[in-house]
Design a protein around this ligand. Structure first.
Ligand SMILES: *Cc1c(COP(=O)(O)O)cnc(C)c1O
Length: 378
């Protein structure tokens, strides 16, 4: 029998979450963001669940090739655009749309030989200060692009730094609205947080032409994978999102601890009363964060309990007291849900585990280790 760790990708949850995003932005088309190998889920594994999207957006040309290899004929957008001239040939060949965020990319386009002009997304830096032309230089970039025979349609794009928090999107949206006011082309602004929290419909945009811009395309990533972009203010359940990934393992040993006994490396956990623990076949080499410590939530047989001690490379320990209290025996072979959905239907959000690790759900899903076998279910 293989080591009992297993990740499961839930196709129906992906479909549900995509539908949830559509309800939040009913007038927009939806890019399903599948960068970073679909946030660690696997592009090929999520494709069935996300094929109802209007397009796929990602960063890596090799990943774009994989999406085409799955038979996807619709739009694919490169969110960082091209990195060298050669990449433009692949854009022509695979019909990829690409972001243009700097002068060097315009220079490359100007020397690119193609029969079919490219659809490009011109990115404005409205305050994130990562990629994009400043508001002052944006229109010059647009004019330059517009003059190139290599360019077909120009769409307009920006990215929010604070859609998940108190600052919100108003200031960045106002800058974008002001600079792009009379430019033609489709707009794409919203990530998951902006789509769920700050969606603007074309009707609203009409009412406030100075400061509000409707996304013709929204760009949800984390939401389609079933994690809340603004946890803990809202949970995934608050947003009606379902976990697209479950990480499960089993108890492979139990230990009965006397008062004063310790658990794991560094003896960081000390039993303050007699305690039964289960040892789980999951460690940091599986992608479970080592920064989780005593108290991190975990489900055993779908019942919530806590991790105890340090996470080691291949194992971690859990407190079995709540199971005994619930009259549920747990021993060798019992199901352990590190995050996602247990067999009894109980859900432990990846966001809660991430918080215990001092990070976000994004990082945990992206870090699922290659050694973990992955199963795709309905
Ligand atoms: C990753 C990314 C997104 C998706 O962000 P989420 O917070 O996962 O929804 C959207 N737009 C761009 C440019 C990105 O890089």
């Amino acid at each position: 029998m293989p080591r009992p760790i297993q990740a499961t990708i839930h196709t129906e949850a992906l479909r549900h979450n995509l539908g949830r995003v559509r309800r939040a932005a009913p007038d927009a088309r939806v890019w399903a963001i599948v960068k970073a190998n679909a946030y660690g889920h696997g592009i090929e594994r999520v494709f069935e669940g996300l094929r109802g999207a209007d397009g796929f957006a990602l960063l890596d040309l090799e990943e774009a090739r994989r999406v085409r290899a799955l038979g996807w004929r619709g739009p694919i957008l490169l969110l960082e655009g091209v990195f060298e001239l050669r990449d433009l040939e692949l854009c022509s060949r695979l019909d990829l749309w690409h972001t243009v965020h700097c002068d060097e990319q315009i220079d490359m386009l100007a020397t690119h030989k193609t029969n079919v002009p490219h659809r490009v997304f011109l990115k404005m830096n409205t305050g994130m200060n990562r990629l994009g032309f400043t508001p002052q230089r944006y229109r010059a970039a647009w004019t330059r692009l517009n003059a190139l025979p290599q360019v077909d349609e120009i769409s307009l794009m920006t990215h929010f730094s604070d859609a998940d928090g108190a600052p919100g999107v108003a200031a960045q949206m106002a800058v974008f609205a002001e600079v792009t006011r009379d430019l033609p082309g489709e707009r794409t602004l919203n990530n998951s947080a902006a789509t769920l929290r700050h969606n603007v419909t074309p009707l609203d945009a009409g009412a406030h032409p100075d400061s509000r811009v409707a996304s013709d395309w929204v760009r949800p990533g984390i939401a389609v994978y079933g994690s809340a972009p603004d946890f803990p203010e809202h949970s995934a359940a608050d947003w009606d999102l379902q976990p697209a990934m479950t990480l499960t393992s089993k108890i492979i040993a139990t230990q009965d601890l006397a008062t004063g006994a310790t658990v794991g490396y560094g003896s960081t956990f000390v039993a303050d009363k007699p305690l039964r623990i289960g040892v789980v076949a999951c460690g940091y080499a599986d992608g479970y964060p080592r920064s989780c410590s005593t108290g991190t939530p975990v489900l055993v047989k779908g019942i919530r309990t806590r991790m105890v001690g340090r996470v080691s490379m291949d194992m971690l320990a859990v407190d079995l007291t709540p199971l005994a209290d619930a009259g549920v025996g747990a021993g060798f072979g019992s199901e352990v849900t590190l995050w996602g959905r247990a067999t009894n239907g109980a859900v432990l959000s990846i966001d809660e585990v991430a918080r215990a690790a001092g990070t976000v759900g994004y990082e945990l899903m992206c870090a699922l280790a290659p050694r973990v076998p992955v199963l795709v279910t309905d």
